[in-house]
Design a protein around this ligand. Structure first.
Ligand SMILES: Nc1ncnc2c1ncn2[C@@H]1O[C@H](COP(=O)(O)OP(=O)(O)OP(=O)(O)O)[C@@H](O)[C@H]1O
Length: 285
């Protein structure tokens, strides 16, 4: 495991960048976010600098309120930053508080709640982004079938969301996010509401899907084991204001089966991150 720290002395060996042969997909520079409400001002993110390479899987962890969701929502074009830059695929996402629509087309977003429309069946839910883009019915049907195969919902296309389990609904939400072939998948605690066993299965599934689609993935979670199981790197944010405290490299081959969690490397990375998170508690007390 390599822990990269902003506070590392100048003599520390330079950390090996993940997948150096791949181009940078996301470049975040000097990102700031301040929320101003009638009652107070919250400095949610401060001087966030991060580069993510194409096809990389990056997990974001940190205690509640450290700005994980804010960072993801800025990257998704949903919340404007107060300062700094987010470049995706070589283009600025935000310009004067407005999003560049061509950059948004590269993105797929999945939240904790699947947000499926209850009055549409699974096929229509998955097909919705394609329909909105004016893709013809026959092409939509073909793409939905492909995606349903990928996420294991082939036999449930005519069902309604209420007839599916939580894990199946999340798989449908992932299929919908993938429908327009996004190069970048942004996921905010997508499995947070699932039971532990379903979550483990979904972690294995998600890796398979990410490998098959060659998507770059940014994945927010509270769970250290989940972050390490999935990530090529794990970015640890600290609160007040949200900053990157350190970044752990996870040098484990893919695809990673559940058994990876018994390996020495896995447990070393988890222990390092746990120590880093609990040091935050000590710093607070
Ligand atoms: N719309 C908003 N208006 C005002 N403050 C906000 C808003 N959204 C978030 N915040 C504040 O910004 C900070 C970061 O919130 P954010 O939701 O990004 O953290 P988080 O790490 O995702 O938290 P959690 O793990 O609990 O979801 C918090 O102090 C939060 O109260």
């Amino acid at each position: 495991m390599t822990m990269q720290s902003e506070l590392a002395p100048a003599t520390a060996p330079a950390p090996a960048p993940a997948a150096p042969e791949r181009p940078v997909e996301i470049r975040i520079r000097g990102l700031e976010k301040t929320y101003t409400t009638e009652r107070n001002t919250v400095h949610a993110l401060s001087d966030i600098n991060l580069e993510i390479r194409r096809e990389e899987f990056v997990s974001l962890i940190g205690r509640s309120g450290c700005g994980k969701t804010t960072l993801l929502r800025i990257m998704a074009g949903l919340v404007p930053p107060s300062g700094g830059e987010v470049e995706i695929g070589g283009r600025q996402l935000w310009q004067q508080q407005k999003v560049d629509a061509t950059v948004i087309k590269r993105l797929g977003v999945v939240f904790q709640d699947s947000n499926l429309f209850p009055w549409f069946n699974i096929e229509d839910n998955i097909a919705l982004p394609l329909k909105l883009r004016g893709v013809r019915k026959a092409a939509r049907r073909e793409r939905v079938r492909e995606l349903a195969e990928l996420v294991g919902l082939r036999n449930f296309l005519s069902n309604y969301p209420r007839e599916l389990s939580g894990g199946m609904r999340q798989r449908a939400a992932i299929a919908r996010a993938l429908s327009d072939n996004p190069e970048l998948l942004l996921m905010d605690e997508p499995f947070g509401a699932l039971d532990a066993l379903t979550r483990e299965k979904m972690n294995v599934e998600l890796q398979r899907i990410a490998l098959a689609t060659k998507a770059t993935v940014v994945f927010v979670t509270h769970d250290i084991e989940e972050a390490v199981s999935l990530g090529d790197r794990v970015v640890h944010l600290t609160p007040r204001p949200g900053r990157i405290k350190d970044i752990a490299d996870v040098d484990l081959a893919r695809p990673r089966a559940l058994e990876v969690q018994t390996s020495r490397e896995f447990n070393e990375v988890v222990a390092g991150l746990r120590a880093s998170l609990s040091q935050e508690d000590d710093d607070e007390s």
